[in-house]
Design a protein around this ligand. Structure first.
Ligand SMILES: *[C@@H]1O[C@H](CO)[C@@H](O)[C@H](O)[C@H]1NC(C)=O
Ligand SMILES: *[C@@H]1O[C@H](CO)[C@@H](O)[C@H](O)[C@H]1NC(C)=O
Length: 179
């Protein structure tokens, strides 16, 4: 075995496994991955984060009402551009709104993450993907990203906004998410 591959293997086994947000954990749930799409058959509504190569961490539901207070600090440092992909999946606008609001309520108190964060409502997965070394998504930025997707894809279609320079995407899909 080459030394480099030994190091990579060792890092894989030694890397500490830490849940991404400090909410009370409900369960680790196994996921199915096909290409970049992750699904959890029969997923309950609520917060999910990446955990390990086979399981997501599940933290249970939050409110799906829009948060009363929108945190705006730091917004002017963010990238206010839309680079949207619509994914051709359609569902009820009220379910997409519920998932988006659940995610907003998560981000009010937990805006930093690595890997992925999701909020599931009625089979809609509102999600954030981190392709770098961690992300911070204030709820004001999330609302901006949702606005980008809604403007281009409508309020009943899946889609996401990409921030290439931050190595992140934010959006929603039906029945799973793609990171
Ligand atoms: C991922 O974590 C779950 C829950 O602790 C565990 O059952 C599973 O074996 C882990 N998977 C790997 C590949 O370590
Ligand atoms: C997932 O992969 C598909 C097929 O390669 C691609 O079209 C899509 O943009 C990817 N999704 C994300 C969020 O990168």
């Amino acid at each position: 075995m080459h030394f480099a591959s030994f190091v990579a293997l060792a890092a894989f086994f030694i890397a500490p496994v830490v849940a991404a947000v400090d909410l009370p954990l409900v369960a680790y749930v196994p996921f199915v991955k096909e290409g970049n799409r992750t699904t959890v058959p029969g997923a309950a509504d609520g917060v999910y984060t990446s955990y390990n190569s086979t399981h997501l961490a599940f933290y249970g539901p939050l409110s799906t009402e829009a948060p009363a207070v929108e945190v705006r600090s730091g917004l002017d440092e963010r990238q206010l551009t839309c680079d949207v992909s619509c994914n051709g999946q359609f569902t009820l606008a009220v379910d997409i709104t519920g998932a988006n609001n659940g995610m907003a309520n998560l981000l009010v108190t937990h805006s930093s993450f690595s890997g992925s964060i999701s909020y599931v409502f009625s089979n809609v997965w509102a999600f954030g993907c981190d392709y770098g070394n961690g992300q911070n998504e204030p709820v004001s930025q999330w609302n901006f990203d949702v606005g980008c997707v809604n403007a281009q894809c409508g309020t009943t279609q899946g889609g996401w906004n990409s921030h290439h320079s931050w190595k992140s995407t934010y959006g929603r899909e039906i029945g799973g998410f793609s990171c």
